[in-house]
Structure formats: C-alpha cells, structure tokens
Design a protein. Structure first.
Length: 490
C-alpha cells in the first residue's frame, strides 16, 4: 500500500506515524499518509524561511518566476490523467469534475505566471519638486497555507500560485481527508524546476500539523479556507504573533428567484448552485428564495430536476453526484434532515442515503429539497455542507433581499430575473462578496473572491489576490539637501 509523504526542502520524507486514506465511494483504504506534527511543521517553516532569506527567489526577475509557474502548468497537464484519477479516489469527485478541475488548476498557474510582473506600486503627488514619494509592494516572506478537502487540487493552485508569483515561500498543510494530490504535487514541482525550499508540504491532522502551522511565529501570513469555526481558531492563533491572515470561510448563500425569471435557466441555477460536488461547496446556494406567485409551480419543476440527478460511482461518466467525503459528514447531513423535519419544513424529495448496488458501500446521499421553510430555521441558517436545499417563499424583492441578508454569512448570493433594473438594485443591496445574476457558482480567475461578515477576511484571485500576498512599503526622498530644523531653534 502506497504511503504519501511530506515534501520538505525538495525531498520526500515520512513520519513515525501514519493515518489511513479512504475512498469515500467504496470505504476502501487507498493508501497511508505521513502524520506530521509540530516537528515536521518547524522543519518546513525553517526550510521556507532559509530559502526566502538566502536565495534570490523573492528578488527574482518576475519573468523568470513566471516561466517556472508556467512550467508547473505544463507538468500538471502532462500528468492530468493520473491526477484526475487520484481526485476521484481521494475526494469522491466525479470523473468529469476531476478532469475539469485539473485543467482549471493548470489555468490558475498560467494566470499567475502572467501576473508575476504586476506587483507594482505607485508614485504619490508631493507639494515640493525637491521631494519624491512612492510605494512598493514586496513579498511577505513565509506563507502558511491550510486547505480544505472539498476542492483539494484546485484550491492548492489557487493558494500557492499567487503566493509564489508575489515572491513568497510556502508551507502547505492539506486536509487530512484528501492529502493525496498535495503530496504528489511535490514531485511535479521538482519536475517543473521549482527551487528546493520554495514550496514545502506537510501532511497531517488539523489539531496537530494545522495548529502548529498557525501558531508558528516564523510564519509571516496565514491563508486558510474552511469552516468559520476553525477559521476563528486560526485567527486566534495568528493573533498571538500578530500574523496577517486571509480567511475564506463558510457560507449559507441565498439565491433569489423572481417571478419574471427565465424558468429553465432559474431551475438549473438553483440545482447547480446547490448540488455542485454534492453540495460540499462553501459558496453553494443552499437557501432558495422563491417569489410566492410562482412558488408552487417552481417547486414542482425543481423536484423533477432533483429526482433526475444521477447519484453514483464517481468514475462513471454518467454520474452527476458522487459521495459525501466521509461518515462524519454524512451523519451531519442526516442530523440536519431530522432537524428540518422537527422544525416543520416540508421534505419534498430526498432526505436519505442513496441506495442500490455499489452505492451500499459508500457515503452517497440523495439530493434533498425542503419546502415551506422559514428563514429562522436551523436548516436555513447553518451550513450543512451537503446536497440539501432549503426553499423559502417571499412577497417582493425588498423582502427577499432582507431575508438574504438576515444571515451571519456573506460569501455569495444570486438573483434570477429578466429585469436588469431589479438585478442591479439587488446586487447593490445584497451583503455578499460575490453576487451572481441568472447563474450560480460561476467564478473567474481574474475576478476577486472574498467573504463578508463571518464568511472571511481578505481577498483571493485576480490581481487583488496577488497583492494580498505582499507588504506595502512607503518611501519618501528629500532631494533638497536642506537640513531639517532642530526642535527649539528659532
């Protein structure tokens, strides 16, 4: 059985302890992962620090760094078939999603390769011609990155690429549920010619390796994606060292369906918005607000759509939804089904384990639709992280916006309408980092991604995400050769 190892200073190394990696589709152990602790984290941070301080990586010509990032994209494409198969087995991705995500990851590296010369400052106006004033952006140093299990390879690219493009070195801790492609990436980085020590990868569980990384005083910035609860712990650890943080956290995103929306487009927006990767998506549209005049007919169409979704073996090309990541998450989803029923919501379809044939061995869950819910119910307020959609009727757009904003989260929101005035009106007033109109879950690499309220701090993606990995420095030059006045002189 293969053991996936840490990648520190350009070399693979194991640990005294390991943990099992299970395929969520079958429950079968597919490998072992080295179980890193504070010891391995310290080694990795020291390697990253040494590389940053003693090599030219941070001061390297952006064109050269860009060429290395582009090499990474090329290597990923060469290994795309292998990487997609690993994502299916490790994360329960459908094969179609896995292929797409490997290509998206390569595109991320290409995108930031093009931005390596975009870390620029400004020249500031000053009142005297004898003064010169400017700002520069410089690498922060060592970036500690902790990624979640739902989109392991794509999120690894989205975190690593801007950090490296800005000239930083990195210590990455992948989720214990999905460590495989992160470990494999180490070999790909060597193949691409990335200097040793620039990227260091430590596998392990959050309470050990993740906590040690967050608490390490030699880390200059922490980048974390995951639940709001764990993000709060990361922020507390960072506070002890006054470490900069970027946090992309949970969500309970609302999708507003107006009566004038294109019906087919709105149904697909609602379904895809909720069911992408079996609902295991932080910005999933899991609160559906439907205008009351179309509520019954829309729910009927949505029910038909949910019941046509094919749940099954993720390696089968025909499968729409694969398994839930593990038993713990599966049981969490089931507990919220029970909560929804007890709160008085109507279970329209789903609400149980998907059964039949090979499904018996995995953690498969039926696409689930709750109707006639209230915004105060827990199924409308808590992040369930599964294929569960809570539907709430509304009377007019202002009420819908108020319902959408009545949440502790603010990661994303959506509006389906043919009326552009309504669309702009709602987009302005919705309290969310991203607002989609007549679509959902569509993200662009060159557009910023950020959370409001308890959904996060900082900016990812786009040029803004690149700048988020730099320190801003202000420089003022006096060219007059005049002595400064001494305090007390007349």
């Amino acid at each position: 059985m293969k053991t996936y190892q840490h990648f520190i200073n350009g070399e693979f190394q194991g640990s005294h302890q390991t943990f099992e990696i299970r395929n969520p589709a079958t429950g079968v152990t597919i490998g072992l992962a080295a179980r890193g602790t504070g010891t391995e984290i310290a080694q990795a941070v020291d390697a990253a620090r040494e590389t940053f301080q003693t090599t030219s990586w941070g001061d390297m010509d952006g064109r050269l760094r860009g060429a290395l990032l582009r090499n990474i994209a090329c290597v990923i494409r060469r290994h795309a078939v292998e990487l997609a198969a690993l994502e299916v087995a490790d994360a329960g991705k459908t094969i179609g999603d896995a292929r797409a995500e490997i290509e998206i990851a390569a595109q991320v590296w290409d995108y930031y390769a093009d931005l390596t010369q975009s870390v620029i400052g400004t020249v500031n106006a000053v009142p005297s011609p004898d003064q010169f004033d400017y700002t520069v952006r410089q690498p922060m140093g060592v970036i500690g990155i902790i990624i979640p299990w739902n989109f392991p390879f794509v999120l690894t690219a989205l975190k690593l690429a801007p950090a490296l493009a800005a000239g930083n070195t990195v210590v990455l801790k992948p989720a214990e549920e999905t460590p495989v492609t992160a470990s494999v990436l180490g070999g790909l980085l060597n193949e691409a010619g990335v200097p040793h020590g620039v990227v260091n990868i430590v596998l392990g569980v959050g309470e050990e390796a993740g906590a040690a990384l967050a608490a390490n005083e030699k880390v200059d910035k922490l980048v974390f994606t995951g639940s709001t609860e764990v993000g709060s712990l990361v922020m507390k650890a960072a506070a002890r060292n006054i470490t900069d943080v970027t946090l992309e956290l949970g969500g309970k995103s609302a999708n507003i369906i107006c009566a004038d929306a294109d019906r087919e487009q709105a149904v697909m927006s609602a379904a895809f918005g909720c069911l992408l990767h079996s609902g295991q998506c932080c910005c999933a549209g899991t609160r559906l607000l439907i205008e009351r005049s179309i509520y019954d007919s829309f729910m009927s169409q949505l029910k038909d759509c949910f019941e046509r979704v094919r749940v099954g073996d993720p390696s089968d090309e025909r499968t729409h939804l694969g398994p839930i990541i593990n038993e713990k998450q599966f049981q969490r989803i089931q507990s919220y089904i029970d909560i929804g029923k007890s709160e008085g919501a109507t279970l329209v379809t789903g609400g149980a384990r998907a059964l039949g044939g090979a499904l018996e061995k995995g953690f498969y869950y039926q696409p689930t639709l709750f109707g006639n819910a209230g915004n105060g119910m827990r199924i409308a307020r808590d992040e369930i992280f599964g294929p569960v959609l809570t539907c709430i009727p509304f009377e007019d757009l202002d009420q819908a916006i108020a319902l959408a904003n009545d949440s502790s989260y603010g990661l994303a929101a959506g509006v389906c309408t043919r009326d552009l005035i309504k669309a702009h009106y709602a987009a302005r007033r919705l309290q969310a980092g991203t607002v989609w109109i007549n679509t959902f879950n569509g993200l662009a690499l060159n557009a910023p991604f950020l959370g409001w309220k308890r959904s996060g701090i900082g900016v990812e993606r786009g040029v803004e995400g690149l700048h988020d990995h730099t320190r801003l420095k202000h420089v003022r030059i006096d060219m007059s050769r005049k002595a400064l006045p001494v305090f007390g002189d007349s």
